[in-house]
Ligand binder design. Structure first.
Ligand code: 6PG
Length: 227
């Protein structure tokens, strides 16, 4: 696993450029860029820059998944889909069929299985044992959680399924999350982290600590973009 840490002067713009570089390479090499979006608030500014700097990207060649989703309807203010729709998906020419929304409004186990099946269908088309993202974006919580993989959660031990229901202390508690097997199958993972209060945690994790869920993301390549 290759780990890099970037501390750019302009966090959002350089994170967007990083994503666009991966997009253009994936589209050139495989005709499709499979990107997992992260939740929370940090992505908002990155999405705005992505829409601005990526106006000429072949968005019809981008497939969007979500690292996690809160178990709320898509129009709820807590919905990660709503945040992504407002800041990116409605701002760029993204075909609706390219966006794989996790249905947070239905029974969590059903929504997780539905998402599992959706990813499996694409993986089968690519001859992959499990869906391979070109790039997974992840956030970092102050407790070291990432996606909705929280410290002490049984979700951390999932070794087979790609998407499962999970609960956590960050409201709203009921969520659906990608698991380590799916995250670690990605070609590249980029953690997008802002806030001085997280810098020490980033240092600990990038120095090799596996004490936190974010420290157990071991994809082929991991880049930390820290603002
Ligand atoms: C979520 C996110 C979560 C988030 C971190 C950081 O649904 O809450 O997936 O993992 O990325 O908690 O959140 P902020 O970007 O808001 O600090």
């Amino acid at each position: 696993m290759q780990t890099d840490v970037i501390r750019p002067a302009d966090f959002a713009a350089q994170a967007a450029q990083f994503i666009l570089q991966h997009a253009r390479t994936a589209i050139a090499e495989r005709g499709l860029f499979r990107l997992a979006l992260s939740g929370g608030n940090t992505p908002r500014a990155v999405h705005a820059q992505l829409a601005r700097l990526g106006a000429d990207l072949a968005w019809n060649r981008v497939q969007i998944t979500f690292g996690d989703e809160r178990c709320v309807p898509p129009e709820h203010t807590d919905s990660n889909f709503r945040m992504a729709r407002e800041t990116l998906l409605d701002v760029v020419p993204m075909p609706a069929g390219n966006v794989f929304r996790i249905r947070g409004e239905i029974d969590p186990a059903t929504a997780a299985q539905e998402y599992e099946d959706k990813l499996a269908a694409v993986a089968a088309r690519f001859g992959e044992p499990r869906y391979v993202h070109d790039l997974v974006l992840l956030g970092l919580g102050e407790d070291g959680h990432t996606a909705s993989l929280f410290p002490g959660s049984p979700a951390l031990d999932e070794a087979v399924r790609n998407v499962i229901p999970a609960t956590g202390p960050k409201p709203p508690p009921q969520r659906i999350t990608m698991t380590f097997p799916l995250l670690n199958a990605a070609r590249h993972v980029a953690f997008l982290v802002t806030g001085a209060d997280k810098h020490a945690l980033v240092e600990e994790i990038t120095s090799g600590s596996t004490a936190y869920p974010a420290g157990r993301v071991h994809a082929e390549a991991v880049t930390w973009i820290v603002g």
